[in-house]
Design a protein around this ligand. Structure first.
Ligand code: 13P
Ligand code: SF4
Length: 327
């Protein structure tokens, strides 16, 4: 076990402000007192995106974490994202509002099973999607995100065999784009695989003028229908720059907040999930664990804090920095 919390101080006496308005004011005050920065992923609740200093996709968030001069990084996202910030910033405090905000992709690759898989495939270059644990990063040669996976794989000499983990759908997409055979780990994002192809086809029939934009964690049957495939940032810039006026968005519903702000006049329709839920969209239960109250509490107490074993952190940093050097 290389990650965890430092024992939390007694917070029983700390009473959170009663209203959202007061919570936001208290968070801004604590940010100043703690010299903290709030980094948030596009899948966070709108109220958290609104108070963040920076909102972005996984790559942009890693770059922002790398550049920050703040003493504390509050990461409003999931565990592997906060770990990434810590890998890049061993000297800074990194807090995650809810330590149980995990990721089905990261969970699909337990370090011991991943080690055994690598042992079965010697002489392969190991490319790991950033949605994995620090331990898996430490066993990898280079990391990628959904924005640069194609570029990362293309950077590997043609004569080298490549393992791609843990997302088999992103891996298969990279394989189709690059023409490179990849050995794929069998992991999926439970949110993107739950987007309903039947409901999506119904919507495409109902809105024939609509363009479909999709995240590459979606299975191929969704990507085959798409006009544009890319990371959350890439989907956002596509709907901003494309002359179309109606878009169906096949990724986690949180991105709709920034999209609606960016293109208020366009019709943005979330791709529906099989599961019935309140947003009628694909919703990541882990991303949605963070709340304003937990953000406030994490800043007030400095807990839960991300802690990494130094040998794991240092090896994971090598793989991460190779990606970051590619841009
Ligand atoms: P991005 O690389 O677009 O930020 O995607 C991260 C993620 O977890 C998607 O499910
Ligand atoms: Fe992980 Fe999927 Fe949630 Fe992204 S949307 S954090 S890949 S479970």
């Amino acid at each position: 076990m290389t990650t965890g919390t430092v024992d939390a101080p007694q917070v029983g006496t700390l009473v959170p402000p009663a209203s959202d308005h007061e919570l936001v004011a208290a968070i801004h005050q604590l940010k100043k007192e703690r010299n903290a920065v709030i980094l948030a992923h596009y899948y966070q609740q709108p109220e958290i995106q609104e108070l963040a200093d920076f909102v972005g996709d996984s790559l942009a968030l890693a770059q922002a974490a790398d550049k920050t001069g703040a003493e504390t990084i509050l990461f409003a996202g999931v565990h592997f994202m906060a770990e990434t910030a810590k890998i890049l910033n061993p000297g800074r405090k990194v807090v995650l509002p809810d330590l149980s905000a995990g990721c089905s992709l990261a969970d699909s690759a337990p370090p011991d099973k991943f080690r055994a898989f690598l042992d079965q495939h010697p002489d392969h270059v190991v490319v790991s999607y950033i949605n994995c644990s620090a331990e898996v990063k430490a066993m990898s040669d280079i990391i990628c995100t959904s924005s640069n996976a194609v570029r990362v794989v293309r950077s590997i000499p043609e004569d080298r065999k490549v393992i791609f983990a843990p997302d088999k759908h992103l891996g298969a997409y990279v394989q189709r784009v690059t023409g490179r055979p990849l050995v794929l780990w069998d992991g999926v994002c439970e949110v993107h695989v739950d987007i309903s192809i039947d409901k999506l086809k119904f919507l495409l029939g109902k809105y024939p003028e609509a363009k479909l934009v999709a995240h590459p964690e979606c299975p191929q049957h969704i990507l085959d229908e798409a006009d544009h495939v890319g990371s959350t940032s890439s989907l956002l810039s596509f709907v901003q720059n494309d002359p179309g006026t109606t878009f169906i968005v096949a990724t986690e519903g949180g991105i709709l907040h920034k999209m609606r702000q960016a293109v208020p006049g366009k019709n943005l329709i979330p791709a529906p999930a099989n599961a019935e839920n309140s947003c009628a969209c694909a919703e990541c239960p882990y991303m949605k664990m963070n709340t304003l109250e937990k953000v406030w509490s994490a800043l007030a107490t400095g807990q839960p804090e991300i802690v990494l074993e130094e040998s794991v952190r240092a090896r994971a940093e090598v793989a991460l920095r190779r990606m970051m050097a590619l841009g």
